[in-house]
Each structure stands twice: as structure tokens, then as C-alpha cells.
Design a protein around this ligand. Structure first.
Ligand code: UGA
Length: 352
């Protein structure tokens, strides 16, 4: 009889990690070994007999990592700084963690011949003019060096190329996945007051409920395709499962091309949805939407992406995956979690 798959998730308490481990425990017989510096988002998984959690830091607890890379079948390193304000303000820290610390883990996967599932990013396409970004056709377009925003994109691009080369030349079994603006409960902390410290949905929600103006950077005409976390996780589970080897040595955009909204549209939608929650109705009615220049909001090293639509042909063809949740539903579920303290995992069951 086959042994259940052993999955190692580094950064298991993050937005993707916490949702991934819960879904693995619910839907599969796999065993998960997880490391993180915190455990506040995985309280519902702690104590499960197929989940072994270790509180640690990937830059310190290297022996634990090596031991578990050897022990596990699939390695998913999710530790990274992924917030645009920090690419601009702390580029060296982004390089040290996102690139250097992750390179060590990638090398261990090569050494022990383990399957690596690695998070690339929608940001690698940069300012590509393509109407849909294709994993194997689109060119990557980044700004000049003083535009520090691109350091994250560039790091992830190099990691993608290194992993691909290990696959081509040293037999590494890998899959690269590129999330396109995942959103959902547990994305970032809505009580974190620092502007720019979270991704746009959490930032706007924070501003509405704390009576601060929503700031549209450069007018908010820039567009993103928003993808509900559960859709993203559904795709990731298929990648880990790797039925008939269809996810081996491949790159997958994970996004929802239909949920293509401008940031200004997102702001308006959020304000009107928050009005449906009695406790926050008044604050939403008073919500102000203003425009700020990107230099003022992020600093001169910022440059933005005007449109970002994934082609999801590869995930459809190889994995039979497509996203199902529309933006309004995704936002409602996120708001229920934050504003009503509703059991997020329970809500998710209604989606199935
Ligand atoms: C994000 C992050 O880089 C990563 O989380 C990730 O790799 C990737 O994209 C992804 O999830 O696909 P971005 O989409 O620019 O980058 O992230 P947000 O911070 O969520 O910003 C989205 C847009 O909203 C940007 O155009 C930004 O300028 C705008 N924004 C943000 C505002 O107009 N006001 C705010 O208060 C915050």
C-alpha cells in the first residue's frame, strides 16, 4: 500500500500556508510538517494528528529544515516578503529573505531529489503589454534599477530560472505557481495601522472601519484580477497531487481572468458592501475616497502595473482547474470573517 504523501510547508502560518494546511487536512490523507514563527492563523489545525507544527525561523532552524526535506516527499517554501511598500522601503531584507534564504532550501531539494513546489508571482510579468500573461510566451518588462519596486519581481524571476535550470540539468522535479492577487480572510491584519503595510483589499477595509480616507494611488485606474483564496488552494492541491505527472516541471498562473477590476471599482464595491454590516454602516456611509500620487504614498522608487490578466489555459488543460468564486462573494466572505468574526472554515463549506 502507498504511504500517504508527506508535505513540508515552510511559512505555514501565512495567508496561503494557513489555508493550504487546513484544506489538506480536510480533503486528503496527507501528512503535513509545517514551520513558522507564528501560529495565530493555524489554531484550527494545531493538534491534528496529521499536522506536525514547529515554531521556528527559516534563517535559523536550518537543521530542522534539512531533516524534514529528507523526510518529506513534497517541499513548499512559502516564506517571503510580498508587500509592495516593503520592496521599496526594505529591498535588502527582501533580497536576503526572498532570494538568499529560499536558495538554500531549493538546493536541499536538489540534493535530496525532492519535489519542489515554489511560489513565483504575477509580478514577474511586470509591465508586459500582453492582454493576457502566458507562462511560456509573455516577455517580462521591468523598470530601471532606481525603481526599487521591481526587486521582488526580479528576485522571483531569477529563482524561477534557477529552479527551471535545476529541472533541465539536474533532474529536479518542480512546479512553479504564480498567484494573481489572491484575497480572502487572513490576507493581512486589518488592525495593522501602518499605511502600505498590507495588500489593497485589507488596506481599504482598514481605512473604512477606522474612519480614514481610502487612498487611490494615482487615481485607481490600474486593474487587477482578484482571485479568491479557495480557488487558489483548489489549484494548489491539484499541483501537489500531480495526477499522471501533469504538474511536473511546469509553470502555472493561478488567477481569475474574469474578475478584472480597477482599484477605484474595488474601493466603491467595498464601501457599499461594508454598509450591509450594521455595526459599520455609518462608517461606510461617511467613507471618503481620495486620490494620492504614488510618489507620496510609496516613494519615488515605486512604479505600477496598469493591467494584469492571467492566461489560465495551462492550469485548465493540465489540471482541469478553473476558478469559481466572483469578487462580490469573495469580498463578502472576507468581510464576514473580519466584521462578524464568522467561522471562516465553516463558511467555506457552503462553497463546495
Ligand atoms: C501584489 C504583491 O506584490 C504581492 O502580494 C503579489 O506577489 C502580487 O501582487 C499578487 O498578489 O498578484 P499589487 O497588486 O501591486 O502587488 O499589490 P497591492 O498592494 O494589493 O496593490 C494593488 C493596487 O492597489 C496597486 O496599484 C496599488 O498602487 C493600489 N493601492 C494600494 C491603492 O490605490 N491604495 C492603497 O491604499 C493600496
Amino acid at each position: 500500500m502507498n504511504q500517504p504523501k508527506k508535505v513540508l510547508i515552510l511559512g505555514v502560518n501565512g495567508f496561503i500556508g494557513s489555508s493550504l494546511v487546513w484544506n489538506i487536512l480536510e480533503k486528503t490523507d496527507w501528512v503535513v510538517y509545517g514551520m513558522d514563527m507564528f501560529s495565530n492563523k493555524i489554531e484550527n489545525c494545531l493538534g491534528h494528528d496529521r499536522f506536525k507544527f514547529f515554531e521556528g525561523d527559516i534563517t535559523i532552524n536550518k537543521e530542522w529544515i534539512e531533516y524534514h526535506v529528507k523526510k518529506c516527499d513534497v517541499i513548499i517554501p512559502l516564506v517571503a516578503i510580498a508587500t509592495p511598500a516593503l520592496y521599496v522601503k526594505k529591498p535588502i531584507e527582501v533580497f536576503e529573505l526572498d532570494f538568499e534564504a529560499n536558495m538554500e532550501i531549493i538546493r536541499k531539494c536538489v540534493k535530496y531529489k525532492k519535489r519542489l513546489i515554489f511560489p513565483s508571482t504575477s509580478e514577474v510579468y511586470g509591465m508586459s503589454k500582453d492582454s493576457q500573461f502566458d507562462e511560456y510566451e509573455s516577455n517580462f518588462v521591468l523598470g530601471p534599477i532606481p525603481k526599487g519596486r521591481w526587486i521582488y519581481s526580479c528576485i522571483k524571476q531569477l529563482l524561477d530560472r534557477v529552479i527551471y535550470s535545476y529541472g533541465e540539468h539536474q533532474g529536479l522535479d518542480y512546479a512553479l505557481f504564480r498567484p494573481f492577487n489572491f484575497l480572502g480572510p487572513k490576507l493581512d491584519d486589518i488592525n495593522e495601522p501602518k499605511e502600505g503595510s498590507s495588500r489593497v483589499v485589507t488596506q481599504f477595509l482598514h481605512n473604512i472601519i477606522h474612519g480614514r480616507p481610502i487612498k487611490l494611488v494615482d487615481g485607481g485606474e490600474q486593474r487587477r484580477c482578484f482571485t479568491f483564496i479557495d480557488d487558489g488552494i483548489d489549484c494548489l492541491l491539484r499541483i501537489i497531487e500531480n495526477k499522471d505527472g501533469k504538474a511536473s516541471k511546469r509553470i502555472f498562473n493561478i488567477g481569475n481572468p474574469e474578475m478584472n477590476y480597477s482599484i477605484a471599482e474595488l474601493a466603491t464595491m467595498l464601501v457599499s458592501l461594508v454598509k450591509e454590516y450594521d455595526e459599520y454602516k455609518e462608517r461606510a456611509e461617511k467613507a471618503e475616497i481620495v486620490t494620492v500620487h504614488s510618489n507620496e504614498y510609496y516613494g519615488e522608487a515605486y512604479q505600477d502595473i496598469t493591467h494584469r490578466v492571467p492566461s489560465i489555459k495551462e492550469a485548465k488543460e493540465q489540471l482541469g482547474w478553473e476558478p469559481k468564486v466572483d469578487l462580490e462573494t469573495a469580498l463578502r466572505l472576507t468581510l464576514d470573517y473580519h466584521l462578524k468574526n464568522e467561522d471562516y472554515e465553516l463558511n467555506r463549506k457552503h462553497l463546495r
